[in-house]
Design a protein around this ligand. Structure first.
Ligand code: ZN
Length: 178
């Protein structure tokens, strides 16, 4: 089991940097970072994390979609490390959905994202993988991918009126379920 890393927050300059691509993937330091990021996202109850969020400016993300209190409708998938990923194709359609970020605690945004994407990435063994993702999983990927370019979800909302606090978000969520 990996080590829990400190998550940096908005205002830390690394969150605004462009992340480097990883080569070679088999490097011990990179493999340890994969382990540690997996442990960190699990501990934080997150559905995704990007290496820049632990001040490691590399193109590495973990997508770990699963239903939880904050995202009751999220699909379950094994935590998947994705290295040097690229978006090969995307739908024309964009959909708005609620997002938060471990680096921006207390705020949620209703963010437009492509409904479907086709991606390629290298897995932790250095094998190239292709994947089609839709809806919430596609949203997680696009959110984490933005971190590689120094972009956070606040930069993506159509209007500041699409931002709410966590407390107000929880109230809306409860009223939607009931
Ligand atoms: Zn984030």
């Amino acid at each position: 089991m990996g080590e829990i890393l400190d998550i940096i927050e908005l205002g830390h300059p690394v969150l605004r940097e462009k992340a480097r691509s990883i080569e070679p993937i088999q490097d011990d330091r990179i493999q340890r970072l994969v382990e540690n990021l997996m442990a960190t996202v699990q501990k934080a109850n997150g559905v995704g994390i990007a290496a820049p969020q632990v001040a490691e400016s590399y193109q590495l993300m973990i997508v770990a979609s699963r239903p939880n209190l904050r995202y009751p409708n999220a699909p379950s998938m094994e935590p998947t490390p994705m290295i040097n990923p690229k978006i090969l194709a995307h739908s024309d359609e964009m959909v708005k959905g609620w997002e938060g970020c471990l680096s921006i605690p207390g705020i949620r945004g209703n963010v437009p994202r492509y409904q479907a994407i086709e991606i390629e990435f290298y897995d932790r063994f250095g094998k190239r993988q292709k994947l089609k993702m839709t809806d919430f999983a596609a949203r997680i990927f696009q959110h984490e991918y933005d971190h590689f370019n120094g972009i956070v979800f606040l930069d993506r909302v159509a209007s500041n009126h699409d931002l709410v606090t966590e407390k107000e978000y929880q109230k809306r969520l409860i009223s939607t379920i009931e």
